[in-house]
Design a protein around this ligand. Structure first.
Ligand code: UFG
Length: 323
């Protein structure tokens, strides 16, 4: 298929693009390179550098690409930042997302695949979290994604734009060539691996007094290549709806630090810090809907395998992508 990928130079987007090209699709990436990297865009893809805010540029890029489906990754995605700068999240994740939808309707594209998040659920009343749980986000990031899911429902109803929204749990790991490089790194695994690389002398644990067995937050880590594969399955005709993407296993912050120490063979000192605002204590996916309805099968479900792939990439690219 001919695919138009917003945010295709970012961490998850770039690895999706690589998998899509390997599967025989054609890809145009649209990215403002604010979080993404030119070097992360597979040379087999076309790259248009632009912002979703630039409606004319966006419409021109869509008209030129004539895609059959849109995969919309471009967004701001930091829970902590959304608590201090909510406006950034609503303006970009909601406002600019609507600009994309308007352009898509104008040009006439039938399918839209959206990167949502388990943060739409907030603090879940039960685990594992299935798609029917109430949506009660506890941070503006999750709220912005929930709002956009609802907007997609209206576009589906009113414009016939078929959509799939994937509620990601914690994306992690790397492919052979592509990995996680945020200019300001806030994510757990890359920050812990910085210690193993000798770029920091300790990592930080945000909250050791949560109601969990070791007092630290529990998350469901999912290999970024497994995430990417689910998006390819969503392109099949007739697939629509919301799907969780996670492995169904939760690991605490301390367990992740231990896994990083084991994989790298390095000692990783950790300092306990106060809780980070907006962090729910436990998030673990129930993802049977994606397995049953899309035929999704995670190939790299184990934390150890995920961390190994991340470690390989960070060791090969200690400074991340060249700017
Ligand atoms: N954490 C630390 N130390 C760090 C970094 C993180 O203790 O240096 C903790 C966090 O407080 C959290 C856990 O490790 O408890 C995971 O934090 P991340 O920042 O790696 O990931 P988040 O769970 O906050 O958020 C990520 C994505 C979101 C997505 C969410 C879904 O960034 O886009 O997963 O769980 F919505």
């Amino acid at each position: 298929m001919n695919l138009f990928v917003s945010g295709g130079a970012g961490y998850i987007g770039s690895i999706f693009v690589e998998e899509a090209l390997n599967a025989g699709h054609r890809v145009t990436v649209y990215d403002n390179l604010s979080e993404g990297h030119r070097a992360a865009v597979d040379p087999r893809a076309g790259l248009v550098t632009g912002d979703l805010e630039e409606s004319e540029r966006l419409t021109d890029a869509l008209s030129a690409a004539r895609p059959e489906a849109i995969i919309h990754f471009a967004a701001n995605a930091l829970v902590g930042e959304s608590m201090t700068n909510p406006g950034k999240y609503f303006l970009n994740n909601v406002g600019n997302g609507v600009r994309l939808l308007e352009a898509v309707v104008k040009v006439g594209v039938g399918k839209f695949v959206f990167s949502s998040t388990c943060a739409v659920y907030g603090t879940p009343a039960r685990l594992p979290m299935t798609e029917d749980l109430p949506l009660q986000p506890v941070n503006p990031y999750g709220e912005s994604k929930r709002m956009f899911e609802r907007i997609l429902e209206w576009y589906q109803q009113l414009h016939g734009l078929e959509f799939v929204a994937f509620r990601y749990f914690n994306a992690a790991g790397a492919s052979e060539r592509l990995g996680e490089h945020h200019r300001i790194e806030t994510h757990l695994i890359p920050n812990v691996l910085k210690v193993a690389l000798g770029q920091a002398d300790h990592c930080e644990i945000f909250g050791a007094d949560y109601p969990t067995p070791d007092g630290t937050c529990i998350r469901d880590y999912i290999h970024v290549r497994d995430l990417a594969q689910a998006h390819l399955l969503a392109l099949a005709p007739g697939k629509r709806g919301v799907f969780n993407l996670g492995n169904g296993s939760g690991y605490s912050v301390r367990e992740v630090i231990d896994a990083c120490a084991q994989v790298s063979g390095c000692r990783i000192p950790a300092l306990e810090r106060p809780r980070r605002p907006g962090d729910p204590p436990r998030l673990v996916a129930g993802a049977t809907r994606a397995v049953q309805e899309l035929g999704w099968q995670p190939r790299y479900p184990g934390l150890q395998t995920i961390v190994e792939s991340a470690w390989r990439w960070h060791r090969a690219h200690p400074q991340g992508y060249a700017e």
